[in-house]
Design a protein around this ligand. Structure first.
Ligand SMILES: *Cc1c(COP(=O)(O)O)cnc(C)c1O
Length: 420
């Protein structure tokens, strides 16, 4: 039985059900399943057979400390995008050599924060490469290359290709080498990240092949980092297939051994998975508070506003929704489904979680489970409308529930305000 089956078979919540969890910890609530999280960590850790290989968890997807500690136990390394992410990783016990700093547009003090800690950095532009050279002449650095190929589920998450802000253009690599020479920097790593949420191995493999060709132009490499973007099936209730890791593994192993042979010596291969590691281990629970019909549209008003889960509003993302009543899932009998627009409690008309979604007829008090909410869920939550960010709970492997982040309080909202 795969963890996904476990989810649909109601083992996701361990000894609990959504109603008892919401009674105990409040609503809305992020719930993570430790067994699923560990399983996804292991799948990424073993993505290819070639060694040395590291999977760097991109912690912007979810940086809860308890989850970071588990990811470390599972042998993942980590990517940080900001000093705050480096700080969280240190608190979770990651060593500097297990952290890769891949920022863009950072200040000198921010770059210095990583350099002081001997953390390997990747520079995203010629200016930032020169900055690293001024701060630390003689350093070993990586550069992020924009290979000119992109992939992703939405224009906002395609992170390579001519139309994005990321990386040093493939045409500027000579200039990058010249800047490095001037500052006695050694380019010992190259990374790319072509976008987020691909579901078919060939797109990633094509990008990897192309990237290895660019990498061959750097004689001092210690590592080649192929980036993240591994997709997960957000339409799993409709039977959407998983990313074929086997096909990916076979393709990557071939490309890597071919590269290493041509390059003449082994390099470390890295990847940067974020979503794949954590999305499916998280469910967002919320409560239906009101139903109404406006101009022919049925609205279910819930406490899951875009302050809690921003993805649907930001990217028109789909999240499967399962309805629970008194803790038990309502059967999605096709003859009884009713199209409902599920909205939150934020004062914006764009505060829509799901549009015209066929769901069993809802009642106030029903619980909603929003699936695959572990990645870019809590991480993108906010205090908009002075709403409190929710609590986070981990269902341990023994079925018990542990609070891993408390709900905010109203006092937290004013924590940073000063009297004048
Ligand atoms: C966000 C990001 C990732 C992770 O992307 P996923 O789609 O979550 O796997 C990896 N690398 C970089 C540079 C990123 O910005």
């Amino acid at each position: 039985m795969s963890p996904t089956d476990e989810l649909t078979q109601r083992h996701f919540f361990g000894d609990h059900d959504p109603q008892t969890l919401l009674e105990r910890f409040g609503s809305p609530l992020y719930v993570y399943n430790e067994a699923i999280f560990r399983q996804r960590c292991r799948e990424m850790r073993r993505l290819i057979r070639y060694e040395p290989f590291t999977a760097n968890y991109s912690i912007k997807a979810n940086s809860n400390l308890a989850l970071l500690r588990i990811a470390r136990e599972e042998g993942l390394h980590a990517d940080a995008m900001s000093p705050g992410e480096i700080y969280a990783l240190e608190q979770a016990g990651f060593k500097p050599e297990q952290i890769f700093f891949v920022p863009n547009n950072v200040s000198a003090p921010e770059l210095g924060y990583a350099l002081e800690r001997q953390i390997c950095v990747s520079l995203d532009s010629l200016d930032q490469l020169a900055l690293a050279g001024r701060l630390s002449p003689g350093l070993d650095v990586a550069i992020r290359i924009n290979p000119g190929l992109g992939a992703g589920h939405h224009a906002k998450v395609i992170t390579a290709g001519k139309k994005t802000k990321f990386g040093i253009n493939a045409e500027q690599l000579d200039e990058a080498r010249a800047i490095a020479r001037r500052h006695h920097l050694r380019i010992t790593g190259v990374n790319q990240h072509i976008g987020s949420l691909f579901m078919e191995p060939p797109a990633y493999l094509r990008a990897a092949r192309h990237f290895f060709e660019l990498a061959a132009g750097f004689p001092d490499l210690h590592f080649v980092d192929l980036g993240g973007g591994f997709g997960i099936p957000y339409h799993k209730l409709d039977g959407e297939a998983r990313l074929d890791l086997q096909e990916l593994q076979e393709g990557l192993d071939l490309l890597v051994s071919d590269f290493v042979q041509r390059y003449g010596r082994p390099v470390t291969v890295k990847t940067e998975p974020g979503r794949y590691v954590v999305a499916e281990s998280g469910v967002l629970l919320g409560t239906v508070h009101a139903l109404k019909e406006n101009d022919g549209v049925v609205y279910a008003g819930t406490d899951i506003g875009f302050n809690v889960l921003a993805r649907p509003m930001l990217y028109d993302s789909w999240h499967d929704i399962v309805v629970y009543r008194d803790g038990q899932p309502l059967e999605a009998d096709p003859d009884r489904l009713q199209a409902v627009t599920v909205v939150g409690n934020i004062c914006e008309s764009g505060d829509i979680l799901a549009k015209n979604r066929p769901l069993p007829p809802l009642c106030p008090g029903d619980q909603l489970a929003v699936l695959d909410a572990g990645a870019y869920g809590y991480a993108m939550s906010s205090n908009y409308n002075n709403r409190l960010r929710p609590a986070e709970v981990l269902i341990r492997q023994d079925g018990t529930a542990a609070l891993i982040r408390r709900r905010e309080t109203t006092e937290d909202l004013l924590r940073t305000c000063l009297e004048i």
